[in-house]
Ligand binder design. Structure first.
Ligand code: HEM
Ligand code: NAG
Ligand code: NAG
Length: 506
């Protein structure tokens, strides 16, 4: 009996392994059968082994294959799942805008049971929920809201530059500016959308700084892994209990949302922000109980604005400072602009910020080199013939784009590693094809916070340049290395720069 077992056991294991491998390879001819050029898949992992062992992030992988393959579109495999990568800008325009009705879903998988708040964030969500919830809060992102939000930016820019001044001893000092721009963007989001003060600069133990560690911190390995697995193995998200929010963050957003609602109800004053909208939804739907489906939708709105709001913006501001430290001529031009501007207008307002053209172009150029959300994804929701081809995409087909690859493609941006804000003068923009610039995506599912993010970044940049000269510290690297985990561009060790206070302005 025992010998029988010794013989049969390994055989059994081998058969199981072979069955699994065969199952995972069942689609390997998918692109070949359709006459689409494709990257040869490896057993089990398809083409994404490097992402699995954290040698590469999804966005780095997509940029690399964008650069290595010359076809307008080509097939790859995420494990056993065929994925289409599109390089051609005209096809992108079709999918993201003209034929959007075929591509309203994102490609990612979400886990409704284990991730009750994360799965209701409309960034991650699918039709028909996506359309309904995006509409619920669309009034938050209008010009009239931006006008009232602007005073929040003015106040917090002062806090930001004050905090930087206290870090400066003697002439100049080196510090990680990303930590401070993160405090700025958290303060700004909390004040502009929730109507309360976050005081990140006063208090390092601030609850929002703590929660942020559970959301967008790719140094937290398990969190970073889960965030990218939602994209690369959407079909397995449920079986492996993968979620975007952990239990602590889920609890926090549930409690925090009701706290905001209760405070607002008691004071009875309208503040023209997200909480007003949530109150209206609460009354309309008669939501009374915590932790119900309906109340989790409200909490997801709060979580979404917070999560989407601070990380990419603070990285963008810090990276723009880094590039201006490296490119001193551009820094000088930007500073001259803000000095002349303040002489003329006295202060920056919602109405005159448009004249800070060069600073705005510095932010645009930063987002070209480093689109902090460095890939775009959609999923086909009904059969779609790719224009100009005979290829019919099936319902459920995942489609990816590398905005990072496009932004660094010398066909559109000669000498792409060179930082040059003048690429964004109106004249130079006109020279480039449509869809060659997509830091905020495009079409009906584009970034909701695009204008808010741009305004808050230009404001911070102008205020910092007015107060400080910025240099690359001695022995500091002049390239940025990004974390190879997670789903956003995140510098490995923050952004360390030397800041020298400019006294003749004070
Ligand atoms: C520099 C800062 C930011 C960058 C680079 C950025 C980039 C992006 C990108 C690339 C997308 C995907 C768009 C697409 O698939 O077409 C996106 C979606 C989104 N962003 Fe941003 N974002 C930034 C800041 C913000 C801010 C400040 C907010 C909110 C206050 C925000 C809210 C959102 C939301 C809600 C979505 C989901 C849109 C949807 O699926 O319908 N973002 N963002
Ligand atoms: C979008 O995805 C969801 C969830 O996977 C699915 O139930 C739905 O049918 C898709 N939407 C459309 C319009 O196909
Ligand atoms: C972004 O989305 C909004 C609708 O949510 C739309 O009005 C706007 O035109 C879109 N912008 C771009 C550049 O696609």
């Amino acid at each position: 009996m025992a010998t029988y077992f010794v013989l049969i056991c390994p055989l059994f294991v081998i058969v199981i392994i072979l069955l699994v491998v065969a199952y995972m390879m069942r689609n390997n001819n998918y692109w070949k059968k359709r006459g689409v050029s494709y990257l040869n898949p490896k057993p089990l992992f398809g083409n994404i082994f490097s992402i699995f062992i954290w040698k590469s992030s999804l966005h780095q992988f997509l940029r690399t294959i964008y650069e290595e393959n010359m076809e307008p579109f080509f097939g790859i495999f995420f494990l056993d799942q065929p994925v289409l990568v599109i390089k051609d800008l005209t096809l992108m325009k079709h999918i993201l805008v003209q034929d959007f009705e075929f591509f309203q879903n994102r490609s990612m998988g979400i886990n409704e049971n284990h991730d009750p708040i994360g799965s209701k964030i409309y960034f991650f969500s699918q039709m028909p929920y996506w359309k309904k919830t995006r509409k619920e809060v669309s009034s938050l992102y209008t010009s009239s809201k931006l006008k009232t939000q602007f005073k929040v930016l003015q106040f917090n820019c002062e806090q930001l530059t004050d905090a930087m001044k206290t870090k400066i001893t003697n002439k100049g000092s080196v510090f990680d500016v990303k930590q401070l721009t993160k405090k700025y963007t958290i303060n700004v989001i909390i004040a502009a959308f929730f109507g309360i003060k976050a005081d990140c600069f006063e208090n390092d133990q601030n609850v929002f700084l703590k929660v942020s560690e559970g959301l967008m911190n790719w140094k937290a390995i398990w969190h970073a892994i889960q965030a990218s697995y939602m994209f690369i193995m959407p079909n397995y998200v449920k079986s492996f209990h993968i979620s975007f929010l952990d239990k602590a963050s889920t609890d926090f957003f549930r409690e925090f949302t009701w706290e905001l609602i209760n405070i607002r109800e008691k004071c009875g004053r309208k503040n023209n922000d997200l909480i007003d909208i949530l109150l209206e939804l609460k009354h309309k739907q008669n939501i009374k109980n915590h932790n119900t489906y309906e109340s989790d939708v409200l909490a997801a709105h709060v979580c979404q604005v917070f999560a989407a709001g601070y990380e990419s913006s603070s990285t963008t501001i810090a990276l723009s400072l880094f590039e201006l430290a490296k490119n001193f001529k551009c820094q000088k031009l930007a500073r001259e602009e803000i000095v002349a501007f303040l002489e003329k207008y006295g202060e920056i307002t919602y109405f005159n910020i448009q004249y800070l053209k060069y600073s705005k172009n510095c932010i645009s150029e930063t987002l070209r080199k480093y689109p902090t959300l460095a890939f775009l994804d959609r999923r086909c929701t009904k059969p779609y013939r790719l224009p100009g081809t005979n290829l019919v995409l099936e319902k459920g087909q995942a489609v990816y784009f590398s905005n990072w690859g496009i932004h660094n493609d010398p066909r559109y941006y000669p000498n792409p590693s060179q930082f040059d804000p003048d690429r964004f003068t109106e004249e130079n923009i006109r020279q480039r094809p449509d869809f060659s610039y997509l830091p905020f995506g495009h079409g009906p599912r584009n970034c909701s916070g695009q204008r808010f993010a741009t305004l808050s970044s230009v404001m911070a940049l102008a205020n910092i340049l007015y107060n400080f000269e910025i240099r690359i510290p001695e022995g500091g690297s002049d390239t940025v290395k990004f974390i190879t985990k997670g789903t956003l561009l995140q510098p490995v060790n923050g952004i360390h720069l030397e800041f020298i206070q400019i006294s003749n302005n004070v």
